[in-house]
Design a protein around this ligand. Structure first.
Ligand code: TRP
Length: 401
């Protein structure tokens, strides 16, 4: 686990750190595909997704925000033969308020649930945050429920979605713990050290945890939903930093007689300071929170959002802005759905016609609406609604058509 705060020599991407290498302005995602041994999402996979889902691909796919995958064609082949799959994603509840970057996997998962009409399980790793952070068990558990409200506010269908706190579900579902144990037996300490960088001074709880994140990849972890059916495949949308957990999972799956989970990986949501690191809740100046007011959003973007424009108006008009480095433009690629409008902004910014201040203003409007709408939806999510989502129960889907 790397913890150094300066820019490291080689880029570091693991579940705890995302930093570009020395002298690099950005995380190099092509290099990650090679290092991790995943596959790029190419045009033909995009088209296959569109054909099977009968909908245009989500702009996160079209714009390369979800850029890498493992075994997605297997999921699509099964789906084509009317065999359902399920979606699995999760969240480590370490802070009261989530930020914009935390929304990305959930917005994408919501799209997948809508177009494929499949069940979804969402793991809240309150146990993980207890083990890694300076957080008590009750506080971690409370945060799991608070964060669940934000997740529900993304619009998930209660009839197709099960959200669970590990602290709750591990103690009430025998099948979950059985899968955890099966996985733990397959992974040696040496392997865990190799995959996650654990040190001998780390607690044994950290060593044991990856099996808990792995287990929901297998349908038998959810007997209320799938009975004892081992054959329902799992697709995991997540940021690429979670891949180590699922490399481990995929390695043990065949030994347990389970399918390997498939994955869809996203890039990181850049920090306000620029795309060499990701937005992080522990640095408030790097983040726009889902609880920010319109005024705070405006001030943060104006003050902190790294600009790819030139220093003076004259220079900018002459040389144009760099959309690759410009955080405001990058954020628009995440949240401005209109392709034509985005292309126009890019053209005008690169030619120097659009100034940084104007670009920021555009972004501020988009984010104020996004965050405002989110807050309104979250206010409707009562504890009763949360409990509905978090009660183990059958979900609506056809096992075979
Ligand atoms: N470890 C993740 C985090 O800290 C939470 C998580 C659990 C997760 N299961 C997952 C993320 C599955 C993606 C997919 O945020």
């Amino acid at each position: 686990m790397a913890t150094e705060s300066a820019q490291p020599k080689e880029q570091i991407v693991d579940p705890w750190t995302a930093k570009a290498g020395e002298g690099e302005k950005k995380i190099n995602y092509d290099k990650l595909i090679v290092q991790f041994g995943s596959e790029r999402i190419d045009e033909s996979l995009l088209q296959r997704i569109e054909t099977l889902s009968k909908k245009p691909a989500h702009h996160f796919l079209r714009r390369g925000i979800f850029f890498s995958h493992r075994d997605v064609p297997d999921i699509l082949n099964a789906y084509e033969q009317n065999k359902p799959f399920f979606l699995y994603t999760g969240r480590g509840p370490s802070s009261e308020s989530m930020h914009l970057g935390h929304l990305i996997p959930f917005l994408f998962t919501k799209y997948l649930q809508d177009v494929f009409d499949v069940p979804l399980v969402i793991q809240m790793t309150d146990d993980e945050k207890f083990m890694w952070r300076d957080l008590g068990l009750e506080e971690a558990h409370r945060l799991a429920y608070e964060n669940a409200k934000d997740i529900i506010a993304c619009g998930f269908d209660v009839n197709k979605t099960f959200i669970f706190s590990n602290l709750d579900y591990m103690s009430c579902c025998p099948s979950f713990y059985r899968n955890v144990l099966r996985i733990q037996k397959c992974v040696t300490c040496n392997q865990a050290k190799g995959i996650f960088g654990f040190q001998d001074t780390d607690s044994i709880g950290k060593m044991a945890f990856p099996a808990v994140q792995a287990a929901p990849s297998f349908s038998t972890t959810f007997p209320d939903i799938f009975g004892d059916n081992k054959d329902v495949r799992c697709l995991i949308p997540c940021a690429i930093d979670q891949d180590p957990y699922f490399r481990m999972t995929r390695d043990v799956a065949p030994r347990l007689g389970y399918h390997k989970p498939a994955l869809l990986h996203s890039t990181f949501f850049p920090a306000l300071q620029g795309p060499q690191s990701k937005m992080s809740a522990s640095d408030p100046t790097s983040s726009i929170f889902l609880t920010d007011t319109p005024k705070e959003i405006e001030q943060k973007i104006n003050k902190y959002a790294f600009s790819g424009g030139c220093d003076t108006k004259e220079e900018h008009e002459k040389h144009g802005g760099n959309t690759d480095a410009d955080v405001s433009y990058q954020y628009l690629t995440f949240f401005m759905e209109d392709d034509e409008r985005l292309a126009e902004i890019k053209k005008n910014y690169e030619s120097g016609k659009l100034l940084t201040g104007q670009l920021k203003k555009e972004l501020i409007g988009v984010l104020q609406k996004l965050v405002g709408d989110h807050q309104a939806r979250r206010a409707e999510v009562t504890m009763d609604v949360v409990k509905q989502f978090m009660t183990p129960r059958p979900l609506n889907f056809k096992l075979s058509a």
